[in-house]
Ligand binder design. Sequence first.
Ligand code: A2P
Length: 333
Amino acid sequence: MKKYNVAVVGATGAVGEEMRKILEERKFPINNFKPLASSRSAGRKITFRGEEYTIQETTADSFDDIDIALFSAGASRSREFAPYAVKSGAIVIDNSSCYRMDKDVPLVVPEVNPQDVFLHKGIIANPNCTTIIMIMALKPLYDYSKIKRIIVSSYQAASGAGASAMKELSDQTVEWVNKKEITVNKFQYQLLFNVIPQVDMFMPNGYTKEEMKMVNETRKMLHDENIKISATCVRVPVFRAHSEAVTVELEDKITPQKAKGLFNEFPGIKVSDDPENSIYPMPLFLSGRDDCEVGRIRQDINGENWLSFWIVGDQIRKGAALNAVQIAELLIN
Ligand code: A2P
């Protein structure tokens, strides 16, 4: 079996660390592994498949011998270094927002639009984490009947803003217990005991960038510019795993029973829906898991073409690292 030289840019970050774990767990055929980060981490040791590796600083020359480069170090690092990786002959799978809407860059969730991967010209984009989790549930519905309208509210974990944001929530908890002043750096306000209706910057239309990513990226992956989508993205004091309340209007009638069947048959989705026994997906129990879970599946009271449900997924795994590794698997298989 062919083996590949794989680099992870941002190997010390929340997503980068998970990429390492997933490459190992899924036995990705790796010849050389190259963990890259900033000069701050250069020289630090990490373990991969039982062997010790030294983190190197990311530079223009980092990619000379690399076949696949998984980027998760933020959009500005992708803008700076991905072109060097492509020039060196590597295929870039980019977790940042940098290239997602470029028409020459496929945006891929392997369960949703695997065929798009092969249109790449050196870069493949990994979608926004909140969008990935939502589209996992939308795709089986869309294959049954076109979706006309989506109204979604997200309940996003701290980890979506990186390892340091998770630490801030943890530090705030300790500060609160010790009656110390609460430190706020990563979010606009204290996240502990709070809910912040802002994820990313506001745009001139009153929506945030995160909300518009859900609109634009969903349309791109479903190849349907006509879907009406309105999103409200909210940060909640949860360490890991995003939750989303979704309402859809389809062209055709749908029953909750039909929807459950469609979700159950779709890879990467599990139904967890028994309201009488208080069974529904929750982020506490989805953290660290690969599948997204759907529950609270009900006929929306707007009508027979409408459905409401609740979906939860680990945004560091399916929402980022796992999806990126699945894209790499599609490429090599
Ligand atoms: P470092 O740890 O050296 O700062 P997160 O999203 O969890 O905050 O992680 C961000 C990742 O991006 C980290 O691995 C971080 O490395 C990396 N990173 C930040 N700045 C750079 C840079 N200039 N060059 C390469 N990697 C970077």
